[in-house]
Design a protein around this ligand. Structure first.
Ligand SMILES: Nc1ncnc2c1ncn2[C@@H]1O[C@H](COP(=O)(O)OP(=O)(O)OP(=O)(O)O)[C@@H](O)[C@H]1O
Length: 134
């Protein structure tokens, strides 16, 4: 005899409201944090930069730049993670030269974003260290 099931099938369609969208986005953020070492590392560096900036009391413009580049790096990491999953879904872990190019270019996005963050960090922090030393 067939029993009526109360179990809802997993969602494969569009979200119905903002809260549902937010929940899925939050799940994606948590998943990336739990599974991507590089994302965790960049979150940690970002937090250290924020604490250090608070200690040396950077000005408003400097805060805007620092918060901006921290978020750009995290966005790049999230983007890179999504691209990696899409490629894995398409090629199912088989070696493919095009898959390699896509993943390498995607990783380059993170590298360029991180380079920007380092440059901005140096421009902002070097004068503070300079003041401390002399
Ligand atoms: N299916 C594939 N075909 C060809 N090359 C691949 C494939 N999967 C991974 N690679 C190569 O291995 C590298 C690392 O793979 P992947 O990006 O999946 O690992 P990761 O450790 O999560 O990378 P990242 O450090 O950028 O987060 C890629 O940049 C690419 O050069």
């Amino acid at each position: 005899m067939l029993m009526a099931s109360n179990v809802k099938p997993p969602q494969t369609g569009k979200n119905h409201n903002f809260w549902q969208s937010f929940k899925h986005a939050w799940t994606g953020l948590r998943f990336t944090f739990q599974h991507e070492q590089n994302f965790k590392f960049h979150v940690l560096i970002g937090l250290l930069v924020i604490i250090f900036s608070a200690v040396i009391q950077v000005n408003t413009t400097e805060w805007l730049w620092l918060i901006g580049v921290i978020f750009i790096v995290l966005i790049a990491e999230l983007w890179n993670t999504a691209v990696e999953y899409i490629v894995d879904l398409l090629v199912a872990k088989q070696y493919d030269p095009l898959a390699k190019h896509i993943k390498d270019v995607s990783a380059a996005i993170v590298l360029v974003a991180a380079a920007l963050a380092v440059i901005v960090g140096l421009i902002i922090f070097i004068p503070y260290f300079w003041q401390l030393l002399f």
